[in-house]
Design a protein around this ligand. Structure first.
Ligand SMILES: *Cc1c(COP(=O)(O)O)cnc(C)c1O
Length: 353
């Protein structure tokens, strides 16, 4: 792939680690590439980070044909930079593309675009504890045409954002509201695709939860509102009676790479893990009788996020005394150890740049 590079002649001041937060600052460059049926993917370029020029009739703005990915580049103790399972992101993006009738983006090109862009902006990979460079590849339909049909012109972009920890409060347990009105996704819909539309549909419940003082919602299945699905931007796992249980993937849940890694890690340590249907009644019972020992969300942004309380039908259940559990802490330490290159990666999950 031939990438045209236009260097930014007025690079920005890099923010202090303490103010980073999540997704507020962007590096000096971005990667862009276009697709049309006759030319395929073409015109790969890295240009100074800045506004995109779009037609007001651009497909994504009207009909929501947009997909994205999220992964991180980590600063190793030796100063090098590494990625965590980036091929999984490339593959998932192509599954999302297939669902939304966007063109496939070849995995090798995905990897090369990442390498070249991150190399150019490598000084933006922060080194303070718990900081990283968040990578946001995305693709959208970019036809100038209000007719409803599948996309011809697509645009693929990668932007980079230095980030601190996802939650302002750090690794503290959050309160989660079990949502029994709105639904996020149904089987056969786009729930297992990483697309912007899923988030647009989630915002109302998220706002309602926030007004009540809870940080996110836990979704139930869209048909019966009976089975646990996932949390806002995270998958969810429970430790019930010594067994880790998590909802099985059946079409409406986003197949998280953190979720997959946790399952593989637990299995390698001999921990019992079950991927199956979990009804909200089963969970309520486990909360009431104390067999729910720990609950946590999993995702690239926060890695592992302990759940300190669950609210269902206005009743609040405290989980593990509102504190982070031993297993949750162990998973956080193990995963972040591998991601930042502080502990041995016996799974071969990391890719050095
Ligand atoms: C991205 C995402 C996740 C987490 O996936 P990871 O690959 O672990 O980052 C979970 N749920 C939703 C809805 C997501 O968009």
């Amino acid at each position: 792939m031939d990438i045209q590079i236009t260097k930014n002649t007025s690079p920005k001041e890099k923010p202090e680690a303490s103010v980073l937060g999540f997704g507020k600052y962007f590096t000096d460059h971005m990667f862009i590439m276009d697709y049309t049926p006759d030319k395929g993917w073409h015109d790969a370029r890295i240009v100074p980070y800045g506004p995109l020029e779009l037609s007001p009739a651009c497909t994504a703005l009207h009909y929501g044909s947009e997909i994205f990915e999220g992964l991180k580049a980590y600063r190793r103790p030796d100063g090098g930079i590494q990625l965590f399972r980036p091929l999984e992101n490339a593959r998932r993006m192509n599954r999302s593309a297939e669902r939304l009738c966007l063109p496939e983006f070849p995995e090798e090109m995905f990897m090369e675009a990442l390498r070249v862009l991150i190399d150019l902006d490598k000084d933006w990979v922060p080194s303070a504890p718990n900081t990283s460079l968040y990578i946001r590849p995305f693709m959208f339909g970019n036809d100038e045409n209000l007719g409803v049909h599948s996309v011809k012109h697509a645009t693929f972009v990668i932007i980079l954002s230095p980030v601190g920890s996802y939650y302002k409060e750090g690794l503290n347990p959050v309160k989660i509201m079990i949502e029994d009105q709105d639904v996020r996704a149904v089987r056969g819909g786009t729930g297992e695709a990483k697309c912007g539309g899923n988030y647009a549909a989630s915002n109302r419940a998220g706002e309602r939860a926030e007004k009540k003082g809870y940080s996110q919602v836990l979704w139930l299945d869209g048909v019966e509102r009976k089975y646990i699905e996932e949390v806002g931007a995270m998958n969810v796992l429970f430790l019930i009676n010594g067994v880790v249980v998590t909802p099985q993937l059946r079409g409406s849940i986003l197949p998280g790479i953190t979720r997959k890694s946790i399952i593989e890690l637990l299995k390698s340590e001999g921990y019992p893990v079950e991927e199956r249907l979990i009804s909200v009644d089963e969970l309520a019972e486990a909360m009431a009788n104390g067999t729910l020992e720990e609950a946590f969300g999993s995702g690239t942004a926060a890695v592992v996020s302990p759940i300190g309380a669950l609210i269902y039908k206005d009743k609040e259940y405290v989980v593990n005394g509102g504190k982070i559990g031993k297993l949750t802490q162990h998973l956080y330490d193990t995963l972040t150890g591998i991601q930042w290159g502080k502990s041995e990666d016996k799974f071969g999950w990391t890719v050095k740049l």
